[in-house]
Design a protein. Structure first.
Length: 305
């Protein structure tokens, strides 16, 4: 029998955002990038997730908006005009591709110009066209996203990562592609997706879980909610190592968490309510496994009790 620790949901404090409006001529050299492969753009624009503690919407080399909210909603209309929390951003001369950078401790929801909706977890960078071209829809993801892809029989939707491409039409699925984890996990909720890796192609059906760990690929059918529950403000684990849980919480809350060797190898099962403060979550874990935790030099240290 699994032991569960469940925190009571709290009320998050509202944050105030300061938004800059940008108005510059639409025509410019960046328009030529429309014809470039998105990976070429990614290589030329290597933004660091550690660059800012705020969510950043990068419009071009010269125009970046810092968003002072913890969980903003950003959306694009058919003409490529963006709104942030229902406030219009006049950005008539952007690069062909925009970037949304979500640092540790933040989340966001992005609606693309084709009405596809994307939930971004903490520590995620996404590169996408302001307006999709007539023959293709492509984005680049580094981090974790849940996608609800708008159906378009004429244009497949491609999610490019550092390890493989994911192809879909009208589909809901989760992509986890953090570089520091050196792996890729794709979980399919509905529809069909194709995984195009360097070795071979995989076709997923609902409830399939694709994993690529250091080049070792596998597909299994299982309980997918544990992989997508973060979108609903939950982390759910079954016999997971404590150091893995600590890494996830560190990224989600934006606080460094370290486990000593003895605590790191403990296996835990349970449900974490991410709407609660980190202290409450850690206290809940301490009831499920024999650990103690403390703050030291701005870092949480976990050791056996």
């Amino acid at each position: 029998m699994y032991r569960y620790w469940i925190a009571v949901a709290g009320v998050a404090a509202a944050c105030v955002m300061f938004l800059l409006k940008i108005a510059v001529p639409r025509e410019g050299p960046d328009v030529a990038l429309q014809q470039d492969d998105i990976l070429a753009f990614v290589m030329k624009n290597t933004e660091s997730l550690e660059k800012s503690t705020e969510i950043q919407l990068v419009l071009s080399d010269e125009k970046t908006i810092d968003i002072k909210e913890d969980h903003p909603a950003i959306s694009y209309g058919a003409e490529g005009i963006a709104t942030i929390s229902e406030k219009t951003v006049v950005e008539t001369n952007t690069s062909s591709y925009n970037q949304l950078i979500v640092p540790h401790g933040k989340r966001s929801v992005l609606t693309l110009s084709d009405s596809s909706k994307i939930w971004l977890n903490a520590g995620t960078r996404i590169v996408y066209p302001v307006v999709f071209q007539n023959d293709r829809r492509e984005i680049y993801v580094e981090g974790e996203v849940f996608l609800q892809v708008a159906a378009d029989a004429r244009r497949a939707f491609f999610v490019k990562t550092h390890q493989a491409d994911v192809q879909a039409l009208g589909t809901q699925f989760n992509v986890r592609a953090y570089r520091d984890e050196n792996g890729l996990t794709v979980v399919l909720v509905s529809g069909i997706v194709h995984i195009l890796s360097q070795k071979k192609e995989f076709r997923l059906k609902p409830n399939d879980i694709y994993k690529n760990n250091d080049g070792k690929e596998s597909v299994e059918n299982g309980n997918i909610y544990n992989y997508i529950s973060w979108k609903d403000g939950l982390y759910i684990y079954e016999s997971e190592r404590l150091d893995v849980i600590a890494t996830h919480l560190s990224r989600y809350y934006g606080v460094e968490i370290k486990c000593n060797e003895a605590a790191a190898s403990m296996n835990c099962s349970g449900k974490l309510d991410l709407t609660e403060k980190l202290e409450t979550v850690l206290e809940g874990i301490s009831y499920a496994v024999p650990i103690v935790w403390s703050y030291r030099d701005g870092c949480v240290n976990i050791s056996p009790n």
